[in-house]
Design a protein around this ligand. Sequence first.
Ligand code: ZN
Length: 149
Amino acid sequence: MLMTIREKIQTLKDRYDQRRKDREDRRIILEPFVDRLNEIRQAPRVTKNDFFCTSCHRDVTGLSFKQVSAVRPMLPTAWFISKCPLGHRVIRRITDKNTDPYYDFSLMVSRSRYDMRDDFLDPSDPRFQILYPKQYAELMKHHERGGKK
Ligand SMILES: [Zn+2]
């Protein structure tokens, strides 16, 4: 069967679009994997780090080494490993940083969170009115104006 020029061009266009779509799909599937690989690659092999020893129940700082696991090939994981002064194994995550238990355990982290608590104060918190009387008054004025319409 003969194709007109227009049909031929359309076929080529469709093929091109399909390839582009396939490439994009593949990129979306591979993106988390590539992100993890980059995270792992960018982490230094040896570096000083803050840790929390769950056995000694205290914060420690020390030289640590990068370890990589590819047990799940599409989900490579990495972490820094070190030892507390008493020889307990301590780790910090390189991948999945946001779920690193360090942030839940570390006394140093909770202390700095405590120090910053006033910076994250919600205006509905009673302490807000005491710490920022001027801002509170302004907010209330603004609130009243908005309420009237
Ligand atoms: Zn320890």
